[in-house]
Design a protein around this ligand. Structure first.
Ligand code: ADP
Ligand code: MG
Length: 239
């Protein structure tokens, strides 16, 4: 049996006594696209951040391709994980191209092909020499995705990556991310507060509440109301 691309096993975390994760266990098989949803403060960001060790859990275990992430030095680990978040944090004084190659340079690796990475996220090569502030918000997020791909990572963790964008740009980008996931055979875990986006994009929707998984189902199962009351409440369309 092959190990899952990512496994959380009984992961718990408190911040100053406040429970953020209350024993989360979740296996993500290679190639799956998981949407992680749930109310604000339910632990979604904390869960993602335990995988790349931006947050150290107080108990439990996290495995990447079957290996304990606590054993690998964090910088090496982070090269194998693409991380995209809302405030993408491009360096304003660097060009788009310099921003994209930065992770590889920091890692002491040969520069990735910027034009190829830009093409993957549907950006024209002309944007390469520009500064981030000369781009639209949607274009900047695409650069963020290109940068996350620049180390050759096969696992993408995305924390409300399109939350700051207008609905049209957001839809276009979400669709592009799913296409990229399929084309590159990535494994993706994406936090979103948009249930419609989760249902449309993901293979599997995992619902967190108060640091626990309260539902874990395919979109069709959720829509059919067969994934439990807490999930049903989240899926319910206001009328
Ligand atoms: P979500 O992403 O679902 O909104 P978070 O994972 O950010 O939730 O937060 C879960 C809980 O942990 C919340 O109560 C939050 O206030 C708390 N928390 C998260 N990060 C920190 C931190 N660095 N310091 C203190 N409390 C934190
Ligand atoms: Mg969050």
């Amino acid at each position: 049996m092959t190990a899952p691309a990512l496994r959380w096993a009984g992961v718990a975390k408190r911040f100053d006594g406040v429970v953020a994760l209350d024993g989360v266990s979740l296996d993500v098989p290679a190639g799956q696209f998981v949407a992680l949803v749930g109310p604000s403060g339910s632990g979604k960001s904390t869960l993602l951040r335990t995988a790349n060790r931006l947050v150290e859990p107080e108990s439990g275990r996290i495995e990447l391709d079957g290996a304990d992430v606590a054993v690998e030095p964090a910088p090496l680990l982070r090269r194998r994980i693409g991380y995209v978040f809302q405030e993408i944090g491009l360096f304003p004084h660097l060009s788009v191209a310099e921003n994209i190659v930065l992770p590889a340079r920091v890692a002491g690796r040969s520069a990735p092909d910027v034009a190829e990475l830009l093409a993957l996220v549907d950006l024209p090569a002309e944007v390469a020499p520009r500064r981030p502030d000369a781009l639209s918000g949607g274009q900047r997020q695409r650069v963020g995705v290109a940068r996350a791909l620049s180390t050759g990572a096969r696992l993408m963790l995305m924390d409300e990556p399109f939350g700051a964008l207008d609905p049209v740009t957001r839809d276009a980008l979400a669709t592009a991310v799913r296409a990229l996931h399929d084309r590159l055979g990535l494994t993706t875990v994406m936090v979103t507060h948009d249930m419609a986006e989760a249902l449309l994009l993901a293979d599997r929707v995992v619902v967190l509440a108060k640091g626990r998984i309260v539902a874990d189902a395919a979109p069709a199962t959720l829509l059919a109301g067969e994934a439990g009351a807490e999930a049903a409440a989240l899926v319910a369309v206001p009328r």
